[in-house]
Write a protein that binds this ligand. Structure first.
Ligand code: AMP
Length: 196
């Protein structure tokens, strides 16, 4: 049984945390482009050098580079039986890149999880994370930039996937366990089977 999933939601919606939990439940790797870029920056690789200033400003890394990183990661053996992508695609260009990649491989997405959280709640969660983790892109000004980019560039991708009937909308307000259970139940209702 495979599961090819996306999780989409504004910064501070909890998609990183839920993505890891859902990937575990379905026995697939959670692949976060943000985590991959941050690891490249802290490891000082050539990729890290190229993306550091962009990430610190809260802007988007160019599609060509991002999609190349994702293609490479999805070509690794552990993603053959499925994957959960967190933070990609982030705009319509990346949707096209992912479509082309999956079509080439004769694969398709099983579901796109939309995590709905009111704006005030995501801002509150982001400020809390800033205080706890000290991420350099969690300052007030940069958070505002990232949320504006989400609304302008990322939210429209949900319309495309909704038209394809792929979107599973989940209320993202509640306890971590409640939200995980909501997502698992919605995916099971679409015929996906959790492992264990
Ligand atoms: P995230 O942890 O998903 O919020 O990502 C952190 C930062 O990494 C973003 O603010 C962007 O600078 C960059 N990033 C992550 N995913 C993408 C993507 N799909 N396209 C472009 N930039 C990205």
């Amino acid at each position: 049984m495979t599961a090819r999933l996306l999780i989409v939601g504004p910064q501070g919606s909890g998609k990183g945390t839920q993505g890891v939990r859902i990937a575990e439940a379905f026995g697939i790797p959670a692949i976060s482009t943000g985590d991959m870029f941050r690891a490249a920056v802290s490891g000082g690789s050539e990729l890290g050098e190229r993306v550091k200033a962009i990430i610190e400003a809260g802007d988007l890394v160019p599609d060509e580079l991002t999609s190349a990183v994702v293609r490479e990661r999805l070509s690794e053996g552990d993603a053959a039986g499925g994957f959960l992508l967190d933070g990609y695609p982030r705009n319509l260009g990346q949707v096209g890149d992912l479509d082309a990649f999956l079509t080439d491989r004769g694969e398709q997405l099983d579901a796109v999880i939309e995590l709905d959280v009111p704006r005030e709640e995501s801002i509150a969660r982001l400020s809390q994370r800033a205080a706890e983790q000290g991420r350099s892109d969690d300052t007030e000004e940069i958070i505002a930039n990232r949320l504006a980019i989400y609304e302008r560039e990322t939210a429209p991708i949900l319309d495309v996937y909704r038209e394809r009937g792929a979107v599973v909308a989940i209320d993202g307000v509640g306890s971590l366990d409640e939200i995980t259970e909501r997502i698992v139940a919605a995916l099971e209702a679409r015929g996906l089977a959790r492992v264990g």
